[in-house]
Design a protein around this ligand. Structure first.
Ligand code: PNS
Length: 162
């Protein structure tokens, strides 16, 4: 059985992430979406909230599950016998960072792990969780960028912060 993991912060999940999930779920028997901790970012939503938003968004896919953990991605992968990481590439600006992570994950895993890159659909090439949060913070409708339950959650969060 082929298995892959799609890791990320997903703070929150966007249509860009869901496009990668849909396409990679068609390439592997099982796709695990991992909500992880990125030490370079301060998230708006807790891991539990991000996981719950993702779970609701991926309901239609029978071979996709959502997990969360605090720790190294490669440790989780070794423990669960997963050897492929999926990541999306939006533009050349993503490439330096993604290449560095992919190469270091491969090195630290004694070359047992590979990263597969999917190019993000042109429709979502400009999209990021940060941009969505910035628009939502100022009351702009973000339903073109995220599922409706995520848009509602953003609205609620920023309303409470006012
Ligand atoms: O969506 P992001 O924030 O670009 O995803 C980055 C993420 C969460 C995949 C990366 O930070 C990660 O793998 N974190 C888990 C800890 C880890 O394994 N770190 C080593 C590689 S940076």
């Amino acid at each position: 059985m082929s298995r892959a993991i799609y890791p990320g912060s997903f703070d929150p999940v966007t249509f860009g992430h869901l496009d990668i999930i849909k396409r990679s779920s068609e390439m592997f028997d099982e796709l695990i979406v991992g909500v992880l901790y990125n030490s370079a970012k301060t998230p708006l939503f807790s891991v539990a909230e991000r996981t719950q938003m993702l779970e609701e968004a991926i309901r239609e896919y029978e071979n996709v599950i959502v997990i969360c953990f605090d720790g190294l991605l490669i440790d989780y992968m070794k423990k669960h016998d997963i050897s492929v990481i999926v990541r999306g590439l939006r533009a050349i600006t993503d490439f330096d960072y993604e290449l560095q992570i992919a190469q270091s994950n491969r090195k630290v895993s004694d070359e047992t792990i590979d990263t597969v890159f999917l190019t993000t659909s042109i429709d979502y090439a400009y999209l990021s969780s940060s941009i969505v949060k910035e628009y939502a913070r100022y009351g702009t409708d973000v339903s073109d960028f995220v599922p409706s339950h995520v848009a509602a959650k953003l609205k609620e969060r920023f309303y409470k912060m006012q």
